[in-house]
Write a protein that binds this ligand. Structure first.
Ligand SMILES: CC(C)(COP(=O)(O)OP(=O)(O)OC[C@H]1O[C@@H](n2cnc3c(N)ncnc32)[C@H](O)[C@@H]1OP(=O)(O)O)[C@@H](O)C(=O)NCCC(=O)NCCS
Length: 331
């Protein structure tokens, strides 16, 4: 068995900053409500003309540069998103074309907020078995174009933002570095507690005029229900990874949780009894960027020196599905 490591990371967020005060002009909400309930101060929304794969491409190029690799080195692409530019084909195919590497396999992963860790785990398995040496893993989301930005949709609309993050995962010869263990979970009994019902093939036709006038084309969340599960599953899946690796939580240099909500992150930190500086947070700047949130945070944490080569890092996510996942690694 070979070993896989994160060789480089990159991220991109659109330049268009949308503050809580900007949202106050669109709906009945307040900066105080949003900050207190979520910790979010601002998020980025893509401008017209910029799309999901545009952001993914920028993040991917940065990750390749950081890894000291060229697009031609990449043998496989894994693209995590719940907000693709098109129903089909997969975003990985579009990104592959943009990077100019025809023939390279491209897989889309649809695991919402856990998407990046699912994708990273798939990359890890492919590298471990020797099938590939260099894999590009991307998480990219445009949430802003799917939100109901009126008072009717305010409970969801204030939470999400747009952005992309990427990592190059490669075969690693150094036993002191690399992905140590990954853990993936789902429980489909909770599908409808956080979902977007329409449009979809369950309905005939997939999209109707009636849908456009209803709320079913917007994401729905049972907020309190999601919160309750998130604060249980996050610590559980982090502890699962630590237990599998025989590592004590105090050895961790940094936990990078999916940026769902500051109150969730605080609750997880409290349950794990970790100091504040051991748990990464950038939700105040970007909101919840779903599959992009972990690679954006990872890339930022590396760029700002919060973590460096051989740092012990635990990534953890929880989201729609429900899905939850963790990855323990030495950078
Ligand atoms: C969404 C969340 C912040 C809402 O907080 P909450 O304390 O549960 O708030 P409630 O839903 O009970 O709403 C409280 C009140 O605020 C109102 N409200 C909802 N959204 C609002 C907004 N954006 N601005 C102002 N008021 C709002 C509600 O209508 C409700 O009013 P009422 O008391 O008159 O009925 C919280 O449930 C949460 O964090 N859930 C998990 C979210 C998450 O992380 N999801 C992604 C997981 S990947």
């Amino acid at each position: 068995m070979y070993r896989a490591k994160i060789a480089g990371a990159g991220h991109y967020v659109p330049g268009n900053v949308v503050t809580n005060f900007d949202l106050e002009k669109l709906m009945d909400t307040s900066d105080a409500w949003i900050r207190e309930r979520t910790g979010i101060q601002e998020r980025r929304f893509v401008p017209d003309g910029e799309n999901n794969v545009d952001m993914a491409e920028k993040a991917a190029i940065q990750a390749l540069e950081h890894a000291g690799k060229k697009a031609e080195d990449i043998e496989f692409i894994i693209f995590a998103t719940l907000s693709p530019d098109h129903f089909f084909p997969g975003s990985g195919c579009v990104l592959q074309q943009r990077l100019g590497i025809p023939g390279v396999g491209a897989l889309d992963v649809r695991n919402q907020c856990s998407g990046f860790i699912y994708a990273l785990s798939v990359a890890d398995q492919f590298i471990k078995t020797g099938m590939y040496k260099n894999i590009l893993v991307v998480g990219s989301e445009i949430q802003s174009r799917g939100l109901d930005l009126t008072t009717r949709g305010r409970d969801m609309a204030v939470l999400f933002g747009d952005g992309a993050g990427a990592a190059v995962v490669d075969r690693c010869d150094d036993p002191a570095r690399g992905i140590i263990t990954t853990h993936l979970h789902a429980d489909g009994r909770h599908v409808k507690e956080l979902w977007c019902e329409d449009p979809g093939s369950q309905k005939n036709p997939r999209l109707t005029h009636a849908m456009l006038d209803s709320t079913t084309i917007f994401p729905y969340m049972n907020g309190k229900y999601v919160f309750k599960y998130a604060v249980t599953k996050f610590p559980e899946v982090i502890e699962e990874a630590l237990h599998a690796a025989g590592i004590d939580k105090n050895e961790l240099d940094l936990v990078i949780p999916h940026q769902a909500n500051m109150r969730i992150t605080d609750a997880v930190r409290a349950r794990l009894e970790l100091p504040e500086d051991k748990v990464y947070s950038n939700i105040h700047k970007y909101g919840n960027t779903t599959a992009a949130s972990i690679p954006i945070a990872l890339s930022e944490a590396i760029a700002t020196g919060r973590i460096k080569e051989k740092s012990l890092v635990c990534l953890a996510a929880f989201g729609s599905g429900f899905t939850w996942a963790s990855a323990l690694l030495r950078l």
